[in-house]
Design a protein around this ligand. Structure first.
Ligand code: SF4
Length: 306
């Protein structure tokens, strides 16, 4: 793998493309079946797409505009030379195939885009969608990013995900059959009612799946969500930074060493964040995770077992 304590996405991208690659999050104007009534109207309890969506913040922009802005930003801020377009907001496989193709195809207008990443739910893919995504692998690196959050069905029910762990396993299985599509799972540490043992159980199960990528997020409360009312009514607590750092380190040790860790923190607009406030200090969070791993001689996959 590498000299690092965990397999960072930045390192993977450098190995793969030989230059700096910046991931541009876009809101392609899709909806979500867990909000529009097909599964539920209540959404996941922590969801407020305004936290990362131009459209939802009343700032509609075309996909082209968002990519253009992302490229300018990535070039000036990070000296990036290539770009991955991340279809991020809502459920980006939830539309008729021709609409999906039309919106994904926008990336073809930008010569420096080398990849696409599609954020979606495990219950929103089928063979036709995966065949469509697979067709882009000739020209692009293609990632599908499944929101899992937890391997425990009681938690998934409590947070109103509207799918089960089994749905996730089926989606992974179906996606694996498509050559070239890389699979990433999103998990959340600190979900209501989960013990450290529950979280490590999710880590072990995700580790055994030998996924291409994992994103780890700390639970955080965004304004306007049902989680906010649970939190303000004292019905859920948030992790302190040191507890989160301990849990992330324990989590990483259970993952497959070759899984690329795309994230170990979260982003939120400060005016939408209820807490914990430490997630706004991204570098501090990253440094504390790094320091703990290094001081204690620990690393990703240390206790992973085949
Ligand atoms: S699946 Fe994603 S977009 Fe849909 S309600 Fe849940 S968090 Fe929000």
């Amino acid at each position: 793998m590498n000299q690092e304590r965990y397999y960072k996405f930045s390192e993977y991208l450098k190995e793969r493309f030989g230059c700096r690659v910046y991931k541009i999050g876009v809101d392609a104007g899709f909806s979500c079946p867990n909000k529009d009534g097909r599964i539920s109207r209540d959404s996941c309890i922590y969801c407020n797409t305004k936290a990362f969506s131009f459209y939802s913040r009343g700032l509609p922009r075309t996909i082209e505009d968002q990519i253009e802005e992302g490229i300018d930003f990535g070039k000036s801020r990070y000296a990036a030379e290539r770009f991955i377009v991340y279809f991020q907001a809502n459920t980006n496989t939830y539309a008729p195939l021709e609409i999906l193709k039309e919106r994904y195809d926008v990336v073809r207008k930008f010569k420096d885009v080398v990849g696409i990443a599609i954020g979606t739910r495990p219950d929103c893919v089928d063979n036709r969608v995966l065949d469509l995504l697979s067709s882009y692998t000739q020209d692009y690196e293609v990632w599908i990013e499944y929101g899992l959050q937890s391997a425990h069905n009681n938690t998934l029910e409590f947070i109103n995900r509207g799918h089960t762990y089994d749905d996730f396993l089926k989606a992974v299985e179906l996606s694996r059959g498509r050559r070239g599509i890389k699979i990433c799972a999103h998990v959340i540490i600190g979900l209501p009612n989960e013990t450290a043992g529950d979280i490590m159980d999710t880590a072990t199960q995700v580790g055994h799946l030998k996924l291409d990528g994992v994103k780890i997020h700390p639970l955080h409360v965004v304004r306007g969500t049902r989680l906010e009312s649970l939190f303000t009514n004292g019905l859920c607590t948030l992790l302190e930074l040191d507890t989160y750092v301990n849990l992330v380190v324990d989590f990483l040790e259970r993952l497959w060493p070759k899984t690329v860790i795309q994230r170990v923190t979260a982003d939120c607009l400060p005016n939408l964040l209820v807490g914990p406030q430490w997630i706004l200090k991204k570098n501090k969070v990253l440094n504390e995770i790094e320091n703990k791993l290094s001081k204690e001689g620990r690393f990703q996959g240390r206790i992973y077992k085949e």
